[in-house]
Design a protein around this ligand. Structure first.
Ligand SMILES: *[C@@H]1O[C@H](CO)[C@@H](O)[C@H](O)[C@H]1NC(C)=O
Ligand SMILES: *[C@@H]1O[C@H](CO)[C@@H](O)[C@H](O)[C@H]1NC(C)=O
Length: 541
């Protein structure tokens, strides 16, 4: 029941309103009449009545009328009633949303949030409006605040955060990638890349290249040819690990239409790929592939590389097509099956991957890499099928591979991943140590070993120490910076995390990788903004 005091106030207020010509007490369009004791309510009560009427219109799909009622509620509401007023704005925003008036939605949500800063509904509605208005940065901030307020429990807001982070990452990477300086990877990386091809002319040492085919009987001419051939000079630089000169020397061979034209095109394309310039690599690869009288090994190699490039660009159908064509023109080429097997693993076509690795092993029985990767494929298959017996058999397979090929670092590395998966952390750690013994220069192994310390012993210091070691070995190891950034986010050191992500961004080897890193960086940045604005912080380790 209302007190006399309230009724008196209402009466006074009513007379003022009438004289000032406000129309709020007139019935609008004769629908949903206000209750008869309307006049005896407090201003807040009347505002709420207007809101309730608005809600009825809203449910009936009459959004314009609902908006009028909410507007009325807003003007009736005493300004000190923050929470009520914020609700009225939020409700009006919901009606504007139905009419796709995104600017109005954002404006009303802003009012609602000003009155009630942790108003999840209003923040999320504004996030969606900003998405529609293509204000990605604003959208991200709002949805980040929502996620934190909901303790990352709501699927809907998490999905929107994910979506906008991906869009932002893609957009920024596209811009940045266009203008970046070409970046030559470390010599370890380049050597490891070439070691994944064995049926490959351009990666073979110079002498064999020179003596191949018709050159065999004319060794006397070799030195003269070398001086004139950009390709042979490029090969020389490759042996000297002077990688920066390879593209320009190959270009000379191509421009002179020299006898190593196809080789030079393939070599140049390979280095374009290594420096992360897929758009420059593509026409060269296309040309080699179309040279029907070129050595089939060159064409198959170009197809493998173009296929892998398509995979990186998330075009699996084009990728598969290239690998199949490679197998068609050069069916005895073990590299084709080895690389196609890796593609099939990425596509989760495990059975086909195993078939390809088997074919590779049949053609090249001492290929340790293919054997190790086959084990990994079998492990994945067993693990996803949750079949304990086949998991055991796959683990036994790894033991056999490392016994048979004790010098193959990849064997230990893949085994370590499977062991980590099986929570056999101690043994996984031993396997990483073997990798490090064999390839002390491989920074990636230290990162994996560091991550293992976190998972196994929650030992942050040891983990970070190992990742720092990775950076010491190879200061271009983007994986190390990325991992360090992720750990810093979890510890709540957002500024440090952003610094690490930015380092990784500058080292990214492809536009897609860069987009992913931008997403991580933007997520961290949005969290710092939300922390400043609302004093909200996500949970930390
Ligand atoms: C790729 O190479 C082409 C040709 O050399 C050049 O015009 C372009 O700017 C390069 N793009 C990137 C992303 O490095
Ligand atoms: C480093 O080791 C990983 C396995 O842990 C392997 O996949 C990668 O090719 C190696 N990289 C280099 C640069 O040797």
């Amino acid at each position: 029941m209302q007190s006399c005091f309230q009724i008196c106030i209402t009466a006074v207020w009513l007379s003022v309103s009438v004289h000032s010509g406000r129309s709020i007490f007139k019935e609008q369009q004769g629908q949903f009449p206000l209750t008869s004791h309307f006049l005896f309510q407090s201003p807040l009560g009347r505002a709420q009545a207007a809101k309730n009427k608005g809600n009825k219109y809203f449910k009936a799909g009459k959004y314009e009328l609902a908006i009028q009622c909410y507007t009325e509620a807003i003007s009736l509401c005493p300004p000190e009633k923050n929470l009520d007023l914020s609700t009225f704005y939020q409700n009006r925003a919901a009606a504007y949303e139905q009419l796709q008036k995104w600017t109005e939605v954002a404006q009303d949500c802003t009012k609602a949030v000003e009155l009630n800063p942790k108003y999840v509904k209003a923040l999320f509605r504004r996030a969606k409006a900003h998405e529609k208005l293509d204000n990605k940065k604003e959208c991200l901030e709002d949805v980040t605040a929502v996620c934190i307020l909901e303790a990352f429990q709501n699927q809907q807001s998490m999905l929107l955060a994910d979506k906008v982070l991906k869009l932002l990452g893609k957009e920024k990477a596209k811009e940045k990638y266009k203008n970046r300086e070409p970046l030559m990877p470390s010599p370890q990386f380049i050597k490891s890349y070439f070691s994944s091809f064995t049926d490959d002319i351009i990666s073979q040492p110079l002498l064999k290249g020179e003596k191949s085919d018709e050159d065999k009987d004319k060794e006397g001419e070799a030195s003269e040819v070398k001086e004139n051939s950009g390709y042979l000079r490029a090969k020389q630089y490759m042996e000297e690990e002077n990688y920066d000169k390879i593209i320009s020397e190959s270009t000379k061979e191509i421009e002179a239409k020299g006898k190593y034209m196809a080789e030079a095109l393939l070599l140049r394309a390979t280095f374009y790929l290594l420096i992360g310039n897929a758009s420059a690599a593509k026409p060269d690869l296309d040309q080699v592939i179309s040279m029907e009288d070129a050595n089939v090994k060159l064409r198959a190699n170009a197809l493998i590389k173009r296929g892998s490039m398509y995979m990186q660009q998330q075009q699996p159908a084009m990728s598969t097509q290239d690998f199949n064509m490679a197998a068609g023109i050069d069916p005895q080429n073990a590299d084709v099956y080895h690389h196609r097997g890796q593609l099939k693993i990425l596509l989760d076509q495990i059975e086909e991957a195993v078939e390809d690795f088997d074919e590779c092993i049949r053609l090249r029985p001492n290929s340790a890499l293919a054997q190790a990767q086959k084990c990994f494929a079998l492990y994945r298959q067993a693990y996803t099928g949750s079949n304990a017996l086949t998991v055991q058999a796959a683990m036994k397979g790894f033991e056999d591979v490392i016994k048979k090929f004790p010098k193959c670092a990849e064997g230990y590395a893949l085994y370590a991943q499977a062991l980590t998966d099986q929570q056999q952390f101690g043994k996984a750690d031993e396997m990483y140590d073997k990798c490090i013994d064999l390839e002390p220069d491989n920074a990636t192994t230290y990162v994996h070993k560091g991550l293992l310390q976190l998972q196994w012993k929650q030992d942050l210091d040891k983990g970070l120490e190992l990742i720092s070691k990775a950076i010491e070995i190879d200061n271009k190891c983007d994986f190390a910076y990325e991992t360090m950034g992720t750990i810093e986010v979890q510890r709540g050191n957002l500024d440090k995390a952003i610094e690490m992500f930015n380092k990784a961004i500058n080292l990214a080897k492809s536009e897609m990788e860069m987009a992913h890193l931008y997403s991580l960086c933007d997520a961290a940045y949005a969290q710092t903004e939300v922390a400043k604005k609302y004093g909200l912080k996500p949970p930390t380790l």
